[in-house]
Design a protein around this ligand. Structure first.
Ligand SMILES: [Zn+2]
Ligand SMILES: [Zn+2]
Length: 262
């Protein structure tokens, strides 16, 4: 599953007030929650997640006087991962002296209202951790904000999950299957050009020619399988490492639709 990363531009982030301190690696990640009352409606309305991330940034910059939002990444109930400071940047949310040790990932649940992290949120936090490991040198530790700092963060539920070793939830919204490329049924006859013989002609030929043309091959879409079509067929077969016989049979027919365009 690819991470559903929401860029700063996409969530409408303000520019940071200064430059970030670069981190090349950390021991791991600390998990946070907002520690505030969160609207229950946020579980059903992703627009509220986006505006909540903006308001957290405002309070961190204007209230706390921080350079930027304090977290590296934030995760909502819908498995979206918002880029806060992003990877390789010193967070501000772990507490004094504790920021270079771990990246900070915040789940958008609070201490009242919306308090239960959805399975999609837990999956999103795992996505965020994997992303920080792959791109920003995050080590294997996963801890809660309260580990090493006097706070109730990340709240009862998220902290229990961390203590349990961050098990991958079995639920969550199933990811829609990737659409498989498909080809129309082979018309059941071979298109072959032989000089001196009658040319194959029909709407099936035309259909194949139209698809070839759509994929960038130069040929005339006229429904006649002539030397021009056979030449394009041979070129495509060569391109796809198929047998270059210039004949459209079931394999070449199907490849005309499903083979990746080189
Ligand atoms: Zn925290
Ligand atoms: Zn959301």
């Amino acid at each position: 599953v690819a991470i559903d990363l929401i860029t700063r531009k996409e969530w409408g982030a303000r520019a940071p007030k200064g430059s970030y301190t670069t981190l090349r690696s950390t021991q791991g990640v600390k998990v946070h929650y907002t520690g505030s009352k969160e609207k229950l409606e946020m579980a059903d309305d992703h627009d509220l997640c986006v505006s909540r991330v903006r308001s957290i940034q405002n309070s961190h910059m204007d209230g706390n006087g921080w350079t930027d939002i304090g977290y590296n990444l934030l995760v909502c109930s819908h498995r979206s991962v918002f880029v806060g400071r992003g990877g390789k940047h010193l967070p501000a949310a772990n507490g004094p002296g504790l920021n270079s040790g771990h990246y900070a990932v915040c789940g958008l649940v609070g201490n009242s209202g919306l308090v239960v992290p959805s399975d999609d949120m837990l999956l999103g936090i795992l996505d965020a951790i994997a992303y920080l490991r792959q791109t920003a040198g995050a080590g294997t530790q996963i801890k809660g904000h309260r580990d090493g700092y006097a706070t109730d963060c990340p709240g009862t539920r998220l902290y229990q999950w961390v203590k349990d070793g961050c098990p991958k939830p079995s639920g969550g919204t199933p990811q829609p299957p990737k659409p498989q490329p498909s080809a129309p049924d082979w018309p059941g006859r071979y298109f072959e050009f032989e000089s001196g013989a009658d040319m194959v002609h029909g709407t099936d030929v035309e259909k194949w020619q139209r698809q070839m043309k759509a994929r960038g091959w130069h040929l005339v879409v006229d429904g006649w399988y002539g030397p021009n079509s056979a030449g394009a067929c041979r070129a495509m077969q060569g391109n796809l490492d198929l047998w270059e016989d210039g004949i459209v049979g079931p394999v070449t027919w199907r490849a005309t639709w499903v083979a990746p365009i080189a």
